[in-house]
Every structure is written in C-alpha cells, then in structure tokens.
Design a protein around this ligand. Structure first.
Ligand code: ATP
Length: 600
C-alpha cells in the first residue's frame, strides 16, 4: 500500500471541522487499505507505531535530528534546512517544500537533478520507523538518521511532510478509539449495526490493530467469538456513584458484595507461566515499575494462565497499614526503581478475576469469579483479596463504610452478586457502585475533565496561560463538550509545567471532536485530563455539556471549579462523561428537594 494514501488523509484532516466528516474520511481510507496492512495503518493514523500497552519506546527524536535527516536526504546544506525550520516552524513543512522544489535555490537544483522521489509504501515506512524507535546503544543515533534520510529520499513531497511530522510527534491527532471503531464498522461490517460487536471485541482486547485485522481478514462473525488474551489488556469495568447507602442496596437488589475501596493504582495483572504483565487504569504497561509485584504474583498466584485485577497500595513498612495515594506517587516519581521498591513497599488487593486457564470468566457472575480467585491465591502478606463483606442490610453496609474510612480506605465499592453480575469490560454501570468519603462540597464527587483550550491570564498571571477550558466526554458522539473554565488550584510550579504542556499540544484550530461555544486564546489537542472539584453543577448558556437536555438554551457547568491534580492515568476518553454530569446535576436537585422546607 502506498504511504501517499495516509499522507493525503492527514492532509485532508487539517481542513475538516466535524466528527462526521472525520469518520467518513477514515472509513474511506480503511476501505482502501489491504487487510494485511490494516493494523499498521490503524496505529499510524493515531500517531503511534504500536499500542501503548506494548511498553515499547516512542520515537522521541529532537529537531536537530530531523534537520540532519532532511539535509542528508535532499543534499541541501544543514544550515539552510535549519534556517528554513526557524522561519517556517515546522520541519515537516520544510521537508515538503524542499522536496517540491520550493525550498530555495538548492532545493530547485535538487529537484532539477532528479532527486529520486517515486514514493514509499506503508510497509517500508512502518519498518523504517520501527527500526528508528527500537534502535538503542552506541552509534544508534547515526544509524537512525541514516534510516530516516533513506526513507525521506524516496518519499514524495507530501509523504515526506507527514513522515517528518510523525517522527516529530506532531501527529498526535486525537482520533479517538470510538471513531476508529465507527470507521471500521462502516468500512468492513455494514455500518452502525455492527458497532456493538466491534465494541464488545475491543473491550475484551484493547488493541485496535488486532480488532481491525480480525474484522478485515475474517469478517464480523469472527469478532463475535473474541475472548480475552494474555498480553492484551481488557478494558476496565467502571463503577457508578450514589450517595445514599439505602439507595445503593436497593439498586443492587437488596444484597451486595462490599469491598474496601483502596486508594492506590489500579492494576490488571496477566500471568502466563513466569511471564507477568501489569497494565494501568489506562492500559499502559507498568510492569517495570513494580518488580516487587511481579515477584509476588509469581509466588502467590497459583495458576498458569490467568488475568486478575486489583489495586496496588502503598503500605507502611513497619505496620503494614495502608498509606494514602500520594505515597504511591512518591514511589512512582523515583527513577531508581530498586530504591523505590525498598523505600515505598506496596501490597496488592485483588478484587476480580477475568480469565483462568483458557476459560473466559468475564461472562460469569461475580460470586463465581471471586470463588475462583480465592482458590488460586496462596496466603501471604503481600497479595490479598480486598477486604469485604456480604451485606443484605443498610446498617452493616454503613458500618463497613465507616470502618473502611477509619482504616484509611477511600470508601467502599458495593457490587452486584446477582446472576447477571458479569465483568462489564469497558462500561460504567450500576453493577458496581462506589460510595466515597464526602468532599465537603455540594458536589458528590470530583470530576475528571479534558483540557481543550486555554486563555491568557491577566494581572499577576499576565503573559501566561492561566485559565483552561475543560470538557467532559460524550461517548455517544465521541466528542468533548465544554463544562467550565478553571483558573484556581494551581501552584506556581504547576503553572510553569502547564505552559510547557500546552505548547506541546497546541493546534491552530478547534479539534473536530471538540464542541464549544467559547473561543479560547489557543486550542489544544484533547489529551490532558485533570481532576477538579467545584461548588455545584449549574445551568449555563455558555457551555455545551448536555446542551438542551435540561433547559432548551443551556448546558451544564461547574461553579467555582478548582484544580486538584493531573490524571495521567486517564485517557481523554476516560474523562467524566456528559451523562455522569447530568446524573450529578439531578442528584443535586434531589438533595435540594429533600432539604426540610421552611414552614410557610
Ligand atoms: P473510575 O475508575 O470509576 O473512572 P476514578 O479512576 O476516578 O474513576 P474512582 O472514582 O475513585 O476512580 O473509583 C474507581 C476506582 O477505584 C477503580 O478504577 C479502582 O482503581 C479503584 N478501586 C479500589 N478498590 C476497589 C475495589 N475493591 N473494587 C473495584 N475498584 C476498586
């Protein structure tokens, strides 16, 4: 397959503004893609070479590197390339101009003497880029430059532009997984009717390349039989929230398995023989951060092939008591892993089992999954089952909640034990309900929102971006709808860091997946997720979240939002959804109604 097709796709992408056009364009590209290259194309259009959970290195090269490669590929002097990059600001554009004979005298000589540019294939581009990413050690830098120069030499001008932008990391174009699934449904499976099948398969195996390959080569029927696979993460099951213990129990049919809700890092653990993988909440490979956990799993989980899930929690080395989340963050910030392991020991509290010795447990009810989990676990201080009770009355649920909090947990997770209590991969539902410590605010919970734009500050914060336009995720449309502007809660250090982050993800126009009425000073790729708390959820004509759902000409907004922390463990699509915001708004109304009314 010619790389030109992908390059042209990126080129068109810059000019479109709606998500519908984006999906149609993508479907068109996928239709033209030969099935055996489709996994690679799917990764490339998301600005990646492989799924994040591989844990392989990213391309990560600097501007100097690109300049050298462009010079070597075209014969134009390095200084000339460099000065053009300075003026134009984008090495990809410079590569394009030189190759098209527009980049000054030397470039026209270059095209005149017939610098070869017959075009490159997707396969050779992919191979070359993988080699560049994976090459390590002494002399690898020169080798990498030579590989890239070779590729650029052969590439046509537009191909060169997008290859350079890809290597430069400028192609993190924010095409969501849901959009890719829509496009696959339309290209290979007869349209939206097939969407749920694709989605289910993707929830079982969060590798879009794998899913694309199956549907393109074997068809939609084969996708129906997809089960979890060791090494490919399952998308996590998520909990709904309620604030009233009585309502929680009623919602679960009067009885529940109630776990401590630990405040650590979610971990999906895969084991096959001695091989262990640990995946984070956002399905990144974090195995290398937890060599101690890898050892514990080998030692205390008595199964050959298994996928389990739990929370990794920092513990006091002396007493073994659980420690707050911040402690775990200290550990994660350390670069010397061996030392981090010693200084900040952890325990693992397991709460689920999804796959065991070839059997798919995601379709079995929770009591069966827990029974299997108990069977394979050898007793130890390090890997335990989450502290839990089976509750069938509100008093015991409440008592357990207070006990959980007094022992340092964040609250409780009440879980359905009914026949239909399957592991709902990738979905947030009422089979699990969380009850957390109150945040001393009208809002029952914090929200995780995505940065989509930024505004210049004034006065003390003049000259920097001080206010961020934040959006919630709409999973039905795969878009981001704005909820508020946040400008408080940041430390000076966080502000400084923020400026760098924004510069990296800045874009000239609004991203097609962002829905906004406000026009910030800069738009950014929807990538960064922040946790916020506010005074309450209110109606607002300025914001697009749930617009028209409650009132005809208003959306929902958060009043007095305050930044709490970044959530690097969340992808933008893991942000709080617009439906959750709507639920929180309704909850607020209910609370107000329940308040004792002053006597007339
Ligand atoms: P969510 O994961 O629901 O999007 P979040 O990441 O902001 O939200 P919370 O709302 O605090 O986290 O609650 C869910 C998280 O609680 C899970 O992702 C998991 O990491 C953690 N957790 C701790 N203990 C348990 C447990 N016993 N069962 C399930 N999850 C648990």
């Amino acid at each position: 397959m010619e790389f030109r097709l992908i390059a042209e796709y990126f080129d068109k992408l810059e000019r479109i503004s709606s998500r519908i056009q984006l999906t149609a364009l993508l479907a068109d590209l996928l239709k033209k893609t030969p099935p055996d290259a489709i996994d690679k194309v799917v990764y490339l259009i998301q600005g990646k070479l492989w799924p994040d959970f591989y844990g392989y290195p990213e391309l990560g090269v600097g501007e100097k590197f690109l300049i050298k490669a462009i010079a070597l590929a075209t014969g134009v002097k390095e200084e000339d390339v460099e000065s053009q990059v300075k003026t134009v600001g984008d090495p990809g554009e410079v590569a394009y101009r030189i190759k098209a004979g527009l980049g000054g005298k030397q470039a026209s000589i270059y095209t005149f003497i017939g610098g070869k540019q017959e075009g490159v294939t997707v396969e050779e581009t992919y191979d070359a880029l993988s080699k560049i990413a994976l090459a390590q050690g002494e002399g690898s830098r020169d080798a990498k430059i030579r590989i890239l120069a070779g590729l650029l030499k052969k590439a046509s001008p537009i191909e060169a532009k997008y290859i350079v932008r890809f290597v430069d990391g400028r192609l993190r174009v924010g095409i969501g997984d849901a959009t890719v699934l829509d496009a696959l449904a339309s290209a290979y499976a007869g349209g939206t009717v097939a969407r749920p099948i694709l989605e289910r398969a993707y929830n079982m195996r969060a590798d879009l390349g794998n899913i694309a390959k199956i549907v393109a080569t074997e068809g939609i029927e084969a996708l129906k039989n997809v089960t979890p696979m060791i090494g490919i993460p399952i998308r996590p099951m998520l909990a709904e929230r309620l604030t009233d213990p009585q309502e929680i129990l009623a919602k679960l049919g009067g009885k529940a398995l109630v776990d401590y809700k630990y405040d650590g890092e979610r971990a999906q653990i895969h084991k096959k023989g001695e091989t262990v993988y640990i995946f984070s909440r956002r399905l990144e490979n974090i195995t290398h951060q937890y060599p101690d956990v890898v050892e514990y799993v080998r030692e205390y989980i008595n199964a050959n092939e298994v996928i389990v899930e739990g929370e990794i929690v920092a513990v006091d080395p002396e007493s073994g008591e659980i420690r707050p989340f911040q402690e775990l963050m200290h550990r994660k910030r350390k670069t010397d892993i061996a030392e981090a392991v010693k200084e900040y020991p952890v325990n693992v509290y397991l709460f689920d089992l999804m796959y065991l010795e070839g059997v798919d447990y995601t379709i079995k009810p929770l009591p069966e999954r827990r029974a299997a989990l108990e069977k394979i676990l050898k007793p130890s201080d390090y890997v335990k089952i989450a502290h839990h009770i089976y509750a069938d009355n509100v008093e015991s649920l409440k008592e357990f909640f207070y006990q959980a909090i007094s022992e340092g947990a964040e609250g409780i997770m009440a879980k359905s034990v009914n026949k239909d209590s399957i592991y709902q991969a990738g979905a947030r539902g009422f089979l699990w309900i969380k009850l957390k410590r109150d945040y001393q605010s009208e809002m029952a919970d914090t929200v995780d929102l995505v940065v989509v734009g930024a505004f210049w500050g004034k006065g003390k914060r003049g000259g920097i971006f001080s206010s961020l336009l934040m959006a919630a995720y709409n999973p039905d449309n795969d878009t981001f709808e704005t909820v508020c502007k946040v400008a408080t809660g940041f430390s000076d250090e966080e502000y400084a860091e923020l400026q760098k982050k924004l510069a990296e993800i800045k874009r000239p126009t609004k991203h097609p997946r962002v829905v906004s009425k406000l026009e910030p000073d800069i738009w950014v790729e929807p990538q960064l997720v922040a946790e916020l708390i506010g005074a309450e959820i209110t109606l607002s004509p300025l914001h697009t979240c749930c617009y028209g759902k409650v009132e005809k000409d208003a959306g929902l907004s958060i009043r007095f939002p305050r930044f709490i922390r970044w959530r690097p463990d969340k992808a933008p699509e893991d942000a709080t959804s617009v439906n959750e915001i709507l639920e929180m708004y309704k909850l607020k109304l209910k609370k107000i109604e329940e308040r004792p009314q002053p006597e007339a």
